[in-house]
Design a protein around this ligand. Structure first.
Ligand code: HEM
Ligand code: NAG
Length: 337
């Protein structure tokens, strides 16, 4: 993710927090509190949600990467300028969010699935120009969670798509894999999310992958510094060294949930209890005594995890929503109208 975050160096925590607070403020002030609601398209495009689900489901069957990729896309969309599908915009010169920082590893399969879902909705009778890409992202994120074994839930809709994007802020407003609990909490708090929300949402790492560069420091650094390199199970560490040798390939990756990488379940939290969290930012949730009770709760009770995840996803989906003249309903997700 952000290079500064990896080393813990670069921008200081305070400067980073101030920037994050500023960006969050601009996001909130820029779009007055939107009125999101469930079944928003019930009369204007009643088949929107079922169409998105069927397109996403087809793509998920062709490529499992669509599942984790879509979930991560929604998270990155909401944390960068609010949930306005700015992450989907493609600049002809490559000067867009998807080519910056952590967004450079967003799944192309997921991006394609969202674009196809949008096209399918646009083609429904009477639906052209009615359903925003930001909402399609929210629906698709909901769908991949239940399609991979997680909870089913209704999703609030009514977002508009943003008209601009900002490549530069991407690396300042997303969390890095080397973040400690204080850094995670302050970034999520600046987006209106609590520590419990943050832990529940980290449970999204129950599916999907991470490239070697995001955790390689952990497996070749012997010094275990609390807050930067929390402990790792020795067998797990050895197997990760086989996946990512010192001269690892930039395309090599490992599963974020070593036990059930394709199931949306609470195994991620159980892994943490055995020091089998891959990213430092995952393992720290168990190592730090302030967040450990919540990890233990989610590990012991998957209903508690699912309930907290659904609640936190709703809050995530409300960040920086656009409603007025600062938004529009795009014809295609990759370009403003
Ligand atoms: C808590 C702070 C978080 C940090 C530090 C973090 C960091 C990361 C990193 C470094 C990767 C691997 C990227 C790569 O190498 O390609 C990743 C993947 C992923 N993240 Fe997070 N993440 C966080 C929170 C979240 C949240 C809130 C969600 C969604 C609700 C999420 C969903 C995912 C998913 C599903 C993947 C797998 C993507 C794929 O397989 O294509 N993450 N995350
Ligand atoms: C698990 O969590 C749910 C939801 O919070 C709660 O209703 C249930 O009683 C818990 N189960 C156990 C065995 O503690």
């Amino acid at each position: 993710m952000a290079r500064a975050a990896h080393g813990g160096g670069g921008m200081g925590l305070l400067a980073r927090a101030a920037l994050v607070a500023f960006v969050a403020l601009v996001g909130v002030v820029g779009g007055a509190r939107a009125q999101l609601r469930q079944n928003y398209y019930g009369s204007t495009c009643p088949n929107a949600e079922s169409t998105v689900r069927s397109v996403i489901s087809q793509h998920l069957q062709q490529s499992f990467a669509v599942g984790p990729g879509t979930l991560r896309l929604f998270f990155h969309d909401c944390f960068v300028r609010g949930c306005d599908a700015s992450v989907m915009l493609m600049a002809p010169n490559g000067d867009d969010e998807s080519h910056s920082g952590a967004d450079a590893t967003l799944s192309p399969d997921a991006v394609e699935a969202i674009n196809k879902a949008k096209a399918a909705v646009e083609a429904l009778p009477g639906c052209a120009g009615k359903v925003s890409c930001a909402d399609i992202l929210a629906m698709a994120a909901r769908d991949v969670v239940s399609l991979t074994g997680g909870p089913s839930y209704s999703v609030e809709l009514g977002r508009l798509d943003g008209k601009t994007f900002n490549r530069a802020i991407v690396k300042h407003v997303l969390p890095g894999p080397g973040f400690n609990l204080d850094q995670l909490n302050s970034l999520f708090a600046s987006n209106g999310l609590t520590q419990t929300d943050m832990i529940a949402l980290s449970g999204a790492h129950t599916i999907g992958v991470t490239h070697c560069d995001k955790f390689v420091r952990r497996i070749y650094t012997f010094k275990q510094r609390l807050g930067y390199n929390p402990p790792m199970n020795l067998d797990f560490l050895r197997s990760m060294r086989r996946v990512c040798p010192i001269n690892y390939s930039p395309t090599a990756f490992a599963m974020l949930d070593v036990s059930t990488p394709r199931a949306f379940d609470n195994a991620y939290f159980n892994n943490l209890r055995y020091n089998k969290g891959l990213l430092a930012s995952d393992q720290i949730l168990f190592t730090d005594r302030r967040s450990r009770p919540t990890v233990n709760l989610f590990a012991a009770n998957s209903t508690a995890f699912f309930d907290a995840f659904v609640a936190a996803m709703a809050k995530l989906g409300r960040i920086g929503v656009k409603t007025g003249s600062d938004g529009e309903i795009r014809r295609v997700c990759t370009a403003v109208n």
